[in-house]
Unconditional design. Structure first.
Lengths: 39, 325
């Protein structure tokens, strides 16, 4: 199991944590509104 | 095999088991179909030939293993000896960089796909790209190439591109031949939307593919979470007075995805395994309560599940059949 996690992390380039934090910054609904406003 | 198993259970244990009625669909495949429905409606994902071929013969279109082992995700060319030859041709052929700007997801995906290939096609370009990563204070990672078999490859490509955004911007501005690959901030917004929107599906996908413990009891919880997320996205889009064309595209794609997911969710009401796994899981009564079931109703369902087990499957509880002469 540990090996699987390490393999996945390797494949991921170690970006899992970065992505987890990145998606927390905004909800999909907030993003839709913001992007639509800019457009 | 289903027929054989049914026959075996009937003969050996006197258990009546209808394989078709109790078919448990692979949730990873259902997620794959739903996401493919979304991506193909954005015209960014061509279904694999295998998928198209199977869909022709099977109206259910789905429960077929089209997962690969993932080992080819990083580089679809592997050790192909023709790769270098192809690389040389690709490096010298800049016509593929001439992407028509249609202001939609298709253009954005095509740009990211082309960048991901062009930046990793020769050792020289890989080293050059790495130097931009360092300049941007990022990990020296390569862009990931997409492939048509798994939607996760598209997600991983987008996720990596998003992380490498500053390096990609610098790299595409470094030479005139990459000019047509330059991404506007609006195009990066579209990438952000795709990554953010698909992230819960990737989390669910990873969860259901884990093998350390059975995850059947998580099925309804996962469906519930995904529907909640889709409903939020739909509500946000429906609440906008003016919808840009590309978001209209996303709106239609989300509807298609919702319909696909609903189709398979509806099929979970027949096999008892789903309800039993949910009811018998110590932590999931909480989920049932959240879904609006009263404590009495839950208890009634639990009793029914126990009786069903005793009557149908528990050999120690069944009255032995009278021997026939």
């Amino acid at each position: 199991m540990r090996q699987q996690e390490e393999d996945q992390e390797e494949e991921d380039g170690g970006l899992s944590e970065w992505l987890k934090e990145w998606v927390k910054r905004e909800q999909v609904s907030e993003k839709v509104k913001r992007i639509a406003d800019v457009a | 095999m289903m027929k054989e198993l049914s026959e075996l259970l009937r003969k050996r244990d006197s258990v009546k088991w209808n394989g078709l009625a109790h078919h448990i669909r692979c949730l990873a495949h259902v997620i794959n179909l739903a996401v493919k429905a979304f991506l193909s409606n954005l015209k960014v994902a061509k279904l694999s030939e295998e998928h198209e071929w199977l869909s022709r013969d099977d109206p259910e279109e789905s429960d077929v293993d089209e997962e690969s082992d993932g080992s080819d995700e990083e580089d679809i060319y592997g050790d192909d000896p023709n790769h270098q030859e192809e690389s040389d041709e690709y490096t010298n052929d800049v016509s593929s960089f001439d992407i028509e700007d249609t202001h939609d997801f298709k253009t954005v995906l095509l740009k990211i796909q082309t960048i991901s290939k062009a930046a990793t096609v020769t050792q020289k370009r890989i080293l050059s790209f790495q130097s931009f990563c360092q300049a941007a204070n990022l990990k020296p990672l390569r862009p990931i190439r997409d492939h048509a078999i798994r939607w996760s490859a598209t997600f991983n490509m987008l996720k990596r591109a998003l992380y490498l955004r500053r390096a990609i911007d610098m790299w595409t501005q470094s030479q005139p031949i990459f000019e047509k690959l330059q991404m506007s901030s609006h195009e990066w917004d579209m990438v952000e939307f795709l990554v953010q929107f698909l992230y819960p599906f990737m989390v669910a996908n990873t969860k259901v593919q884990a093998t350390a413990k059975p995850s059947l009891s998580d099925t309804w919880v996962i469906y519930e979470d995904l529907f909640d997320m889709l409903d939020d996205a739909k509500a946000a889009l429906n609440g906008l007075r003016v919808l840009p064309e590309w978001l209209k595209e996303a709106q239609t794609a989300i509807e298609k995805m919702w319909t696909k997911l609903r189709k398979y969710y509806d099929k979970t009401d027949k096999p008892f395994a789903y309800v039993d796994a949910t009811l018998l899981h110590p932590g999931l009564k909480k989920f049932m309560k959240k879904a609006g079931y009263s404590v009495d109703t839950i208890e009634t369902y639990v009793k029914k599940a126990e009786m069903r087990f005793q009557n149908k499957y528990d050999a120690t509880q069944r009255v032995p059949r009278r021997p026939t002469l």
